[in-house]
Design a protein. Structure first.
Length: 437
């Protein structure tokens, strides 16, 4: 590897100069572990990046991709199809809660989000409610990096250099409340009233101008922000009262992360549209999807003249055969190994282990839900994020992959993690925390 030239590749969301001075290169993966180019094993505490829910390089997924690549490599999804995309859509519709019974395929979470926002605005327009164009996101929300997702997103670093963003976007306040909710298990007790901010936005702009609200059921990227008890239900009620569509961005919470198929199931709240990606193919091939409720899809089918295209939107790789093959094999694994149920039954052990870090050096909050944990550290004076980054780097040296976002360590292992790996993971993290300033 000494002759590998790192210069030309511009890595995303990465300190490129620091990385290239001290690169971390992975060569292989299996089950719960990566192997580095120099042969070290790394326990995957992040499921890659919240996506490898069934563990790495699962044989049935590998075989399905290989067979599909040899049989039928590519089919345009425009006025054309292949069996796997229809089969996959049917299975996703059956897995999804309520009447989310139509599925539009994309290739990334960002594309799914932009697709969902476009469907929401177009739906109102088709019904003759064309003034409903306003989109409501949330502070600290992450919905990918397209102009739509970035605009409804609420992370300043992701937005500030790229203006002008979409006009007509407002944000709900985030729900993070260390003073009242520190060290919560599951949904924190305080903060349901934060959903009422939507009523204020409605009062300001009038409901007749608002198309949709988009939130992550649990905000992942900004450090595991779990909704206060009753919060999502109240958002749903306010949306219903005012004819506003509710979009759940389940790119992270989908496919068992919370011990249920989707976050909507965990919280018992029905969204009108749902975006998924990541765990859909176990990370093996890029793919995303938007799931849409029956009446929304029906509106498009009824409004366009017979023979006309109903939605002028789509991607060259929508429903790509390799992605469909990977997704079908992934859904089989989730079902056959009962991985969502496994996540639910392991969740107690996982959360106990996470909360046992209470009192460890620098830890100011631990929050857990399903097979997720957010460990918030006190920032170093004058250097926010530095401590989180050091923990990330030290963990990697010690053979553990975590995700650091600012000074929050996010943990989200593959759902196949065994109790002894849970113990190992937190033991490494504990030692690392004890060893840094
Ligand atoms: N929505 C949500 C909720 C996400 O978590 C996206 C959309 C965008 O997906 P794509 O496939 O376009 O990347 C995401 C992506 C992190 C991290 O540090 C999380 C994501 C991306 C990058 C970093 O937790 N999630």
């Amino acid at each position: 590897m000494h002759d590998l030239d790192l210069e030309a590749c511009w890595l995303p969301f990465t300190a490129n100069r620091q990385f290239k001075a001290q690169p971390r290169l992975l060569a292989a993966a299996e089950g719960m572990y990566y192997t580095t180019v120099d042969g070290r094993r790394i326990l995957d505490g992040a499921a890659g990046l919240w996506c490898v829910n069934a563990g790495h390089c699962r044989q049935s997924i590998v075989a399905a991709i290989q067979a599909q690549a040899a049989r039928l490599d590519y089919v345009t999804a425009f006025q054309m199809g292949h069996a796997a995309e229809f089969e996959l859509a049917t299975r996703l519709a059956a897995l999804a809660p309520g009447d989310l019974d139509h599925v539009f395929f994309g290739n990334s979470g960002s594309e799914a989000v932009d697709t969902a926002l476009k469907i929401a605005v177009a739906y109102h327009r088709l019904r003759g409610d064309g003034a409903r164009t306003r989109l409501i996101g949330r502070e600290r929300g992450y919905h990918g990096v397209g102009y739509g997702g970035m605009s409804v997103g609420g992370i300043s670093n992701n937005r500030k250099l790229f203006a002008p963003l979409l006009p007509g976007v407002d944000h709900l306040p985030h729900t993070h409340d260390l003073a009242r909710n520190a060290f919560s298990r599951g949904e924190p007790e305080h903060g349901v009233e934060l959903a009422d901010a939507l009523e204020h936005i409605v009062a300001l702009h009038d409901a007749s101008t608002i198309a949709a609200v988009i939130v992550e059921p649990v905000a992942g990227s900004t450090g595991v922000l779990i909704p206060p008890r009753g919060y999502l239900r109240r958002l749903r009620e306010i949306c219903d009262r005012h004819g506003i569509l509710l979009i759940f961005d389940e790119v992270i919470t989908g496919f068992g992360r919370l011990g249920t198929a989707f976050g909507a199931d965990y919280f018992g709240v029905q969204p009108d549209l749902m975006t998924v990606a990541k765990g859909l193919t176990n990370g093996a091939v890029p793919m995303s999807a938007v799931l849409v409720r029956h009446h929304i899809h029906q509106t498009f089918m009824e409004q366009a003249p017979p023979g006309a295209i109903e939605l002028f939107h789509g991607y060259t790789w929508s429903g790509h055969p390799l992605a469909c093959a990977a997704a079908l094999a992934t859904l089989d694994l989730y079902r056959d190994e009962a991985l969502f149920e496994r996540a639910a039954s392991l969740s107690g052990v996982w959360q106990d282990a996470a909360h046992a870090l209470r009192g460890a050096a620098h830890v100011v909050d631990i929050r857990t839900i399903g097979l997720v944990a957010g460990i918030e550290l006190a920032p170093r004076f004058g250097a926010p994020g530095a401590r989180g980054m050091e923990v990330y780097l030290r963990c990697f040296e010690r053979g553990l992959l975590v995700r650091a976002t600012g000074d929050i360590i996010a943990l989200s292992p593959p759902l196949i993690i065994a109790p002894d790996d849970i113990e190992r993971l937190f033991a490494i993290l504990h030692e690392v925390l004890a060893g840094i300033a």
